[in-house]
Ligand binder design. Structure first.
Ligand code: NAD
Ligand code: LMR
Length: 328
């Protein structure tokens, strides 16, 4: 029998987890022959609600789910975990920026970084979803000195998916025709969804969508502010699409990236080929060998427009780092 992989998920009684947990054990990410053990973390007051989620997971009778551990102890949740998905934390409400969550959510990642460091499997990979995800990831990584820097990812895949979908709609093509969408920088309103290297049916997106004003205007703003638009419409932040993007992130890391294409996640910036400062989690276009290892996509020519955008989002991340310096 194939050895089960252990997947730790935090925030197990929350909205994102309610979608995510049920898709981790159905074979769509790790394959139809790969059993999983779900190790779910919540804060003590939410353990009763988590009990209900566990009942529903059991009632889903997914044959690949070999065990479910529900706990309020990070050391138990992260024990021997091969994948850790850090979702637990407060979401923003209307009128807030994600960075407003830093002081409350940041401290969670001090404790969880340490617990991952002390307990996780030697091949652990960590995807941070809770906001502000880039800087939470920095806090967690800084408190986990034994885990290699290339194992940490902050999620900008939802931004990539949003950008891809906007471009497909505008061009009137199916989503699969849109490739090479790269998200640069922070998962925030300063991010740069780079349309200049995107392709539609193999051609530069800027040749297919010639309305540059739309690309620099409505397209950029829609992607940058989509999270806030969903909060305004739903009264709650995105959940099913966020869970979907977390699964896409993992899938992209364990599947060889198709030739010529890339995907986005925020990774440790050291060694990047674009002159972005060291020591932050910055989203870049990446390629994977399908075994969890990734590399920066090198050699993209950046216009002056793109350079100004990638700088602005870098500056925001450096300022967020300053705000959490006592946690690093
Ligand atoms: P939610 O409030 O529905 O659920 C969060 C859960 O986390 C709650 O059940 C809470 O009890 C739990 N929690 C809080 N502190 C915890 C801790 N220390 N350990 C374990 N669990 C803890 O929120 P949600 O809608 O599921 O969103 C979760 C986070 O994901 C938010 O920070 C949100 O802003 C973020 N998010 C990120 C993206 C992205 O693209 N990166 C997208 C959507 C949401
Ligand atoms: C999103 O992009 O939907 C999430 O980061 C939630 C938010 O606060 O915008």
């Amino acid at each position: 029998m194939t050895t089960p992989i252990r997947i730790a998920v935090t925030g197990g009684a929350g909205q994102i987890a309610y979608s995510l947990l049920f898709r981790l054990g159905n074979g769509e990410v790790f394959g139809p022959d790969q059993p999983v053990i779900l190790q779910i973390l919540e804060i003590t007051p939410a353990m009763e609600a988590l009990k209900g989620v566990v009942m529903e997971l059991k009632d889903s009778a997914q044959p690949l789910v070999h065990d479910i551990i529900a706990t309020d102890d990070p050391n138990v949740a992260f024990k021997d975990a091969n994948w850790v998905i850090l979702v637990g934390g407060k979401p923003r409400g209307p009128g807030m920026e994600r960075a407003d969550l830093l002081s409350e959510n940041g401290k969670i990642f001090v404790e969880q970084g340490k617990a991952i460091n002390d307990n996780a499997a030697s091949d652990v990979r960590i995807v941070v979803v809770a906001n502000p995800c880039n800087t939470n990831c920095l806090v967690a990584k800084s408190n986990a000195p034994d885990i290699p820097a290339d194992r940490w990812f902050a999620m900008t895949r939802l931004d990539q998916n949003r950008a891809q979908s906007q471009l497909a709609d505008k061009a009137g093509v199916l989503l699969k025709e849109v490739t090479n969408v790269g998200i640069w920088g922070n998962h925030s309103a300063t991010q740069f969804p780079n349309f200049e290297h995107a392709k539609i049916s193999g051609k530069p997106a800027t040749e297919v969508i010639t309305d540059r004003e739309w690309l620099e205007g409505e397209f950029m703003t829609t992607v940058q502010k989509r999270g806030a638009a969903i909060i305004a419409a739903r009264g709650k932040s995105s959940a099913a699409s966020a869970a979907n993007a977390a699964l896409d992130t993992i899938r992209s890391l364990i599947t060889p990236t198709p030739a010529g294409d890339w995907f986005s996640a925020a990774v440790w910036s050291n060694g990047n080929p674009y002159g972005i400062a060291d020591g932050i989690f910055y989203s870049f276009p990446l390629r994977s060998d399908g075994k969890g290892n990734w590399e920066f996509v090198d050699g993209l020519e950046l216009s002056d427009y793109a350079k100004s955008k990638i700088k602005a989002t870098e500056e925001e991340l450096l300022s967020e780092r300053e705000d959490v310096k006592t946690m690093l």
